[in-house]
Design a protein around this ligand. Sequence first.
Ligand code: PSU
Ligand code: MN
Length: 307
Amino acid sequence: MTDFHIRYGSEVADALRDGRPVVALESTIVSHGLPRPDNLRVAREIEQAVRDAGAVPATIGMVGGRLVVGLDDAELTRLATVDGVAKLSVRDLAVAAATGADGATTVAATSAVADAAGIGVFATGGLGGVHREAAQTFDESADLVTLARTPIAVVCAGVKSILDVGATLERLETLGVGVVGFRTRRFPGFFITDGGFDLDWSLDSPEQVADVLVAREQHGAHHGGLIVANPLPTDEQLDPELHDRTLADGLALLERDGVTGKAVTPYLLAYFHSATEGASLAVNVRIILRNADLAARIAVAAAARRA
Ligand code: PSU
Ligand code: MN
């Protein structure tokens, strides 16, 4: 566990003190993953989905150099609407704090901060991973190495299909990050239900996931993350043909525009949202809301087991 200088939202502070269920939420999807003005509305809807399932949402981000666990509505609005919000991975947190920056935390940074805050369950859309062409570019999300050392359960719809899904699963295995399907033995591909790879484990209920979290603690096997892969039902996924076409075009544009590094993921997501005329955005939102709901149910079940 790393020490961060954290300011807590009052509702989150109360819930953590009382041992009530809390779900961490990231802010990069709000600032960089979803287009304005939908991003702010969706950010609020994600929090509401957590509340509706009985847990307290803790959206994490940096405001004026202060790391906040449980952004209030004004802070959330700021990160969703002002220009120049930095995309913060773990390595960026100290620099951003020292320079008084506004920043949105990625899966990696959100996981690290949530763990430091004592929050064990986190909901997002899709995890970062190994990028296509990574053999040349070495572009692999810090989400992977951070999850190798951070004991948190991350509910997501697999990794974004813009990545090399097979390579990402191999890296997760090497790094000792647990991966379980929620009611599936196929690893989801974010916009699409089936990412093309098998999983060893499938769990059937939030209570069963909570049992695994407790077992990890009892067996001292909780040094790394646990990915709970929650696929969209097939009738809600992005049309696979539209998906494949958009992805091919997006990757070509990436190359044409010379986009590299941390700009790659936001660029491709923005391209998807505009090229599919909102279809991928609707799917993206659906994914996040479903994951927020499942994460909250897991947090509720885990809190009950610890009570
Ligand atoms: N999933 C989404 N939208 C996003 C991201 C994930 O549905 O915007 C963000 C997450 O914050 C994740 C980041 O940590 O993309 C990965 O970026 P990179 O590939 O640069 O590590
Ligand atoms: Mn990268």
